[in-house]
Design a protein around this ligand. Structure first.
Ligand SMILES: [Zn+2]
Length: 239
């Protein structure tokens, strides 16, 4: 083989390897339970009857106050993954989430997909949102949930550098797809088990179905003997 042909063959091999890495990377970036670096939690490994209900994309002027009222009525604690943009707009609502004893957590500032972004961009998004969460009255470790659960390479690297836990979920209501309360409550109640982290949304358009389903889910979970705790409390109970 001439050296030119060898160079061409090597270049071709390089392209194939690069493509294989890119395809593998896309697969990994879709996974909710695998992350290249750092700790990711989709649930807690526990047999105790504990469940963590979570709400994404708030605080929201229409949805968050009635959700707080339902949680209060059931004596349930929950975790709210808030964006910095919405925290900046609704500090008063965030403060009432904190005053009710719920956990406030970081869902980035702008809710951009965090796949092909620089470490500096990720760090600034997270730190800016942390400052707003502190301003609303949240104390202790601040958990993080990536927008769209995308977390490949740069994001996990920054999370490990910052010593932060990344939280996803193992049960979802699918309340951005439908507001049929019966469907939402069965999506949760058919799949929930000890240690589950359940995903609802309080951000975005009005969510009457979410609020109605939450009321039912909390009643049924209580009747099954579950305690509703924050994600940090759930992880502390896990092994
Ligand atoms: Zn989100």
């Amino acid at each position: 083989m001439t050296s030119r042909r060898r160079r061409l063959r090597n270049a071709g091999l390089g392209v194939v390897i690069a493509l294989a890495i890119a395809v593998a990377g896309l697969q990994l970036s879709r996974s909710k339970t695998f992350q290249v670096f750092g700790g990711i939690h989709a649930r807690a490994d526990t047999s105790r009857p504990l469940v963590a209900i979570t709400f994404d994309d708030g605080p929201n002027v229409t949805n968050t106050p009635p959700i707080l009222a339902v949680l209060r009525r059931h004596g349930a604690r929950a975790t709210f993954f808030m964006t910095g943009e919405n925290l900046a707009r609704h500090q008063d609502i965030a403060a009432s989430v904190a005053a009710d004893g719920h956990e406030g957590a970081n869902h980035s500032y702008s809710h951009r997909r965090m796949v092909f972004v620089s470490p500096g961009f990720v760090r600034e998004e997270i730190e800016h949102t942390d400052r707003l969460l502190r301003g609303a009255g949240f104390t202790g470790d601040l958990l993080f949930r990536p927008p769209y659960a995308k977390k490949l390479l740069v994001l996990p690297y920054v999370m490990r550098e910052m010593g932060r836990k990344t939280i996803t979920w193992d049960v979802e209501a699918h309340d951005t797809e439908t507001q049929d309360a019966a469907a939402l409550s069965s999506n949760v109640l058919d799949n929930v088990r000890p240690g589950s982290i359940v995903l609802f949304h309080d951000g975005g358009p009005p969510k009457p179905g979410t609020i109605e389903a939450l009321d039912k889910v909390l009643s049924v979970l209580r009747s099954r003997g579950f305690e509703l705790v924050t994600v940090s409390q759930l992880l502390a109970a896990g092994t």
